[in-house]
Design a protein around this ligand. Structure first.
Ligand code: ZN
Length: 122
């Protein structure tokens, strides 16, 4: 993955911090029941390209529906800076909230709308 950049990011209060290597040539917005409320802009990376630097003990897990996805949030500030899940092929993935990356020009990132509302609950 030579064309990736390593970004740092985390929650609002600073308890949760991570590093992620990704290309960031786009982000996904989604209209499913949770994304439409949290307003996350997501990019997905294999778990091997994500490193939680701090805050494992600050994370609270929220699951609903089929409980395939761990919608993690900081128990101090409530920010959802990333989540964990498994891709259809079985690979462990991290959904990074691009809004929580340091020094990223959010307006410059092309957005792709995903129709998550039409999927069965996840
Ligand atoms: Zn926090």
């Amino acid at each position: 993955m030579g064309d990736t950049t390593t970004y740092t990011g985390g929650c609002h209060c600073g308890a949760v911090r991570y590093r992620v290597a990704t290309k960031l040539d786009g982000a996904m917005t989604c209209n499913c029941s949770i994304c439409s409320k949290t307003g996350t802009m997501l990019t997905f990376v294999p778990e091997t390209r994500f490193e939680l630097v701090a805050g494992q003990d600050a994370l609270t897990d929220y699951q609903f529906g089929k409980k395939n996805i761990h919608h993690l949030f900081c128990r101090h500030c409530g920010i959802r800076s990333f989540g964990r899940g498994v891709a259809p092929g079985g690979e462990r993935m991290v959904a990074v909230n691009v809004r929580c990356l340091d020094g990223v020009d959010l307006g410059a990132i092309p957005l792709k709308a995903f129709d998550g509302r039409s999927l069965p609950n996840d």
